[in-house]
Design a protein around this ligand. Structure first.
Ligand code: HEM
Length: 445
């Protein structure tokens, strides 16, 4: 006897919630996607349809759903249509906002700027900049970690990404760049003076002109910054980026790298303050290297810092949510889901599913050791960098930068949080502490 396949039915949608309820839910989801998705999954299961006016979305939970959406084997899901709605006006034509053949072609050229020789050069550029910025950090009873990292990663963006010296021009570029990032979260999207959205559009225009002016020189010189690397990058067929492509990719890359790295570093500092035994372990490993600044080969050995970084990315994935647009009707979990539905998967929910992680709300870096390897229980249960064709191209760069920075910090400082402190986290759009993360910073001899 053969079991009859369960019938496929249309995805049920809840009644239209009305404008106030829509805003309330949107705000809740932005401020605490983990609590919202845990509740949703427990009460409604792994496939949850939603509607807001004409807009239809479906939230899919669990590693099989994450795999199905990210691998996108049947070409159902569009990155461009989803991300364009959210950041397309400011980060136009960034790599993540492209689909299919166009995306593959652009990515094949960009790979050149992320190969080992390029990464080694970036590390050489960052080390002295990190040392210079950390020399401004002073012992304090209440040192705000998040703004300090934002400043540091902006300095690094100027030097490593753009290859320009810090100074008045770099300050102007930083401001323009910060305006673009702030605008990508703006709710009111009309071009009226004074609005964050308008400042973001102006920031983009400034950056476009600034980058365009520098391109001829960057194409000629053999600079080791990312801008020069992109100007020179070519794929196996010898294709290169046009000027406009270099500009679009640079603006997107700076955004993709900046807040994600700042967020990860801040969350690591928090967990290391709560778990001084891990802070000491990382300090001991850094001291054992016997040098102020790391080399490329130091990044290749795993060590405590790698375990802590993974565990932090599990607990606080900077990108808690990944959207796609269904280009055509598809079936999932027994439901028929129509074309034009926004399909959303949630790394933050995936990373806290008790079916896949042991005591998922505890900080336990050892779960990433070879012996326990909890992240290998499913190919898509640990996805801080996404997966499939759009997997983060900068994940090695991110680890290099984070390790280079922490290596210098642990040798100069010890830090802690006050008794009973819990970091108030705003998880969306990019995870960050609402209070800047105040720590007691102590200088080491
Ligand atoms: C801890 C730091 C970082 C995290 C957690 C992170 C996370 C992610 C995730 C989840 C995606 C996939 C989004 C999606 O599929 O919708 C992504 C894509 C991307 N990231 Fe990162 N990222 C980080 C750092 C960086 C850095 C340092 C760079 C560049 C230097 C970078 C450049 C990119 C680019 C270009 C894409 C688009 C790739 C594509 O569409 O082919 N990221 N990142």
């Amino acid at each position: 006897m053969t079991a009859e396949a369960a019938p496929v039915i249309d995805l049920p949608l809840p009644p239209e919630p009305g404008i106030l309820e829509t805003f309330r839910r949107g705000r809740l989801m932005r401020s605490d996607p983990l609590a919202c998705t845990m509740r949703m999954y427990e009460s409604e299961g792994p496939v949850v349809g939603q509607r807001m006016g004409l807009f239809r979305s479906v939230n899919l939970f669990g590693p099989d759903a994450v795999k199905h959406v990210l691998l996108n084997r049947e070409g159902i899901f569009s990155n461009k249509q989803a991300w364009d709605l959210i950041i397309g006006k400011i980060f136009t034509n960034g790599l993540m906002l492209r689909d299919g053949e166009d995306h593959r072609y652009q990515r094949s050229i960009m790979q050149g700027a992320f190969k080992r020789p390029a990464l080694e050069e970036y590390l050489e550029r960052m080390n002295p900049q990190i040392a210079a910025r950390l020399s401004h950090w002073k012992a304090a009873d209440s040192f705000l970690v998040y703004p300090a990292f934002k400043r540091l990663t902006l300095d690094l963006a100027c030097s490593v990404f753009l290859g320009i010296e810090l100074g008045p021009e770099a300050e102007r570029v930083n401001r323009a760049f910060e305006d673009t990032v702030a605008a990508s979260m703006a709710v009111l999207r009309i071009r009226v003076p004074g609005l964050a959205w308008t400042r973001g559009l102006e920031g983009r225009e400034y950056m476009v002109e600034f980058l365009r002016r520098l391109i001829p020189a960057k194409r000629k010189d053999a600079g080791s910054d990312m801008f020069s690397q992109l100007c020179r990058a070519e794929n196996e067929e010898g294709d290169k980026f046009s000027d406009q492509e270099v500009i679009d990719h640079m603006i997107f890359l700076m955004m993709a790298a900046h807040d994600t790295t700042t967020s990860t570093l801040t969350s690591m500092m928090y967990e290391l303050a709560l778990h001084p035994q891990w802070q000491d372990r990382i300090r001991e490993e850094s001291r054992a290297l016997g040098k102020d600044q790391i080399d490329f080969k130091d990044v290749e050995s795993p060590g405590a810092i790698h375990l802590v970084m993974n565990e932090t990315l599990r607990r606080y994935p900077p990108l808690s949510t990944m959207p796609r647009m269904a280009r055509r009707e598809f079936q999932y979990g027994g439901y028929r889901i129509p074309a034009g539905t926004m399909v959303v998967v949630f790394p933050i929910h995936m990373h806290h599913m008790s079916e896949w992680w042991t005591r998922p709300f505890s900080f336990d870096p050892e779960r990433f050791t070879d012996t326990r390897a909890e992240h290998k229980r499913h190919s898509h249960s640990f996805v801080p960098f996404g997966g499939g064709a759009h997997m983060c191209i900068g994940f090695r760069f991110a680890e290099i930068q984070i390790r280079a920075i922490l290596h210098q910090i642990v040798q100069r400082f010890r830090w802690s949080v006050r008794e009973g402190y819990t970091m108030p986290v705003q998880q969306s759009p990019i995870s960050k502490p609402k209070d800047g993360l105040p720590v007691r910073l102590e200088a080491l001899a």
